[in-house]
Design a binder for this molecule. Sequence first.
Ligand SMILES: [Zn+2]
Length: 100
Amino acid sequence: MATDYDEVRPDVAEARKASLEAVKSANAPDARSVSRDLDEEDTSDGVELAGADLSNEELTVTVVPQKEDEFLCGSCFLIRHRTLLAREANGVAYCRDCEG
Ligand SMILES: [Zn+2]
């Protein structure tokens, strides 16, 4: 009886090892799918945050790094050189490309 248990135990241990390796090898694709899910969640969160930031234009303008001779176009949101400044309204600058 006891001998039977001793014979079974190594088999169980091997089975556990095999299942562990199976889990390890299965972890790689699993991690990818998990990261995909995280990416999707991050994207949706980013969209929500970006939407919230749009309601606070002053904060957005402050965060964007720009040199003294550059401005952030309030229409295309590109950093433009001051020479391309076409119009400024309500503290928002617009480049020549957007003003036509
Ligand atoms: Zn523009």
